[in-house]
Design a protein around this ligand. Sequence first.
Ligand code: G1P
Length: 295
Amino acid sequence: MRIKKAVIPAAGLGVRFLPATKAVPKEMIPIVDKPTIQYIIEEAIHSGIEDILIITSREKKAIEDHFDRFVALEDHLRSKGKDDLLQVLEETGGMAEIHYVRQKEPRGLGHAVHCARRFVGREPFAVLLGDDIVRSGVPCLKQMMNLYEETGSTVLGVKEVPQTDVSKYGVLDAEPVRDQVYRVRDLVEKPAPENAPSRLAIMGRYIIEPEIFEILAYTRPGAGGEIQLTDALKELAGQKEMYGLVFDGDRYDVGDKLGFLKASVEFALERPGLGEAFRGYLEQLVAGGKSAPGQ
Ligand code: G1P
């Protein structure tokens, strides 16, 4: 079965980025000039997703406005002959079919995904977390879809992380099947480093079979007092085959200040019309030279 639907949980409070996130949703904070959530949506679309459900909350109205059309601004740009900006605006207003549902209380990622049950129905679906941006040739989700097509089973996007970092992630107990592919035996959310079954950590990308919704309906709060998607996946792994794919590409944790800065610098360096000047500036900065203020 082809994966056509994706769910993007975006109801979190964004406390790691206060005070910026007091009035602006963290998903709207830009890397160079695009909100982080737009990178996630572009990955989904480039992977062949047709319908996207964003799980929002009361404070997240700016996300809906961003992906809506803004006719008065389009007219203004047209009258000024700013066709390049007009095109940018039209593109963001017409991205895929985006739907919204509100998570009414912050009860964790598992609870947020459970809010998607009516949208998803009885199909396998993708989940993409907004804090994880992946830069790769073949989109990360597409790589996972290819494995799903082969196995017909739930696929988790993973990377190996240092032992000291495992407590930030959902971690796999898994056996290798072939290069980059693992069969999942068990899962644990945010283990202490000494208890982690491996260093294979879930990187915010999932293709999940619809049985997860029945499990999420009775999943009790786990790590951090929240209903955890990892706990429901652990149960699913006990019932059906599940795979971990070490995907190709660089992953940035843009929910973390250092990760966000790394992504900003690397994406800016690649940007036509900006990258070259920015590289010159960075080289000068690293060499200890200082350019004139604001130059
Ligand atoms: C969530 C998941 C975790 C996963 C991580 C990836 O944690 O619960 O299993 O490894 O995203 O970024 P969070 O970062 O929301 O605490």
